[in-house]
Design a protein. Structure first.
Length: 248
């Protein structure tokens, strides 16, 4: 199904029958992706006295409670409220949900004991393109990302300079397949978060960061339309399901 959408006065054709899901499923399992030193998510039937809300246990319905942390347990989209005293509801970041996007694959550079994604790398791959969203796929890209236990692993991260570059280039939405754009243990500096959202200047309240995506290898680097699908949580972050569409 070919559809024509208009973004920033430009008409773009996409095939709605060929969505490319770059989110991770959330499972009640120790094999669910995990970060930030928390337990695995739980999906459990409600229990009232002797009654258990599970058809398998004799109930008429399945009626589950779900316990998880959006930052730790899967693909999530966050607002600047993630790092500010003032509450910024991530739902209010969006007045529309489709944006131009560029997917790039980056092999982090080794700097001392760390691996970093630098401004130079991003600048080279973006060239002169100015998409509204950037999707960063870190290399190597293996399926175990969907079940990786990231706590205490010192994952790769964006340099502050890279985040400043993205902000100055006008990137509104930043997506990455890591638990954070920042170093795991940085003594609370959060340099990339702060730089991208410009917390020391005019805060970019409508910009978002999406972490723990997973981009299959079959999805090639290049230009796409991204459709943000988010759960309507009144919170700094929400589980999300970003979908890419190849531009026809």
């Amino acid at each position: 199904m070919i559809a024509t959408i208009q973004i920033n006065s430009k008409k773009i054709k996409i095939d709605l029958s060929k969505p490319l899901d770059i989110s991770m499923p959330l499972r009640a399992s120790e094999k669910n992706v995990n970060a930030w030193y928390v337990n695995a998510p739980k999906i459990e039937p409600v229990k009232v006295d002797e009654w258990i809300a599970s058809v398998a246990k004799g109930a008429d319905i399945n009626f589950n409670n779900i316990s998880f942390n959006p930052h730790a347990h899967g693909t999530h989209t966050e607002s600047v409220g993630h790092i500010t005293k003032e509450v910024y509801n991530v739902n209010k970041c969006f007045k529309r949900f489709m944006f131009t996007a560029e997917l790039i694959s980056v092999a982090p550079e080794v700097v001392g004991e760390d691996e970093v994604i630098s401004k130079k790398q991003i600048q080279f791959l973006l060239k002169r393109k100015k998409p509204e969203a950037i999707i960063i796929r870190s290399m190597p890209n293996t399926k175990d990302k969907k079940s990786r236990q990231y706590s205490h692993t010192n994952w790769p991260y964006l340099t502050e300079e890279a985040a400043v570059f993205l902000r100055e280039k006008g990137i509104k939405h930043l997506l990455i397949d890591l638990p954070s754009v920042d170093k795991e243990k940085d003594n609370g500096q959060l340099l990339a978060h702060k730089a991208f959202w410009n917390v020391n200047g005019e805060i970019r309240k409508k910009s978002t960061i999406t972490e723990l995506i997973y981009v299959p290898n079959k999805v090639k680097d290049g230009s796409y339309i991204i459709n943000f699908q988010i759960a309507p949580f009144v919170n700094d972050a929400t589980p999300s399901k970003p979908i890419l569409y190849k531009i026809e």
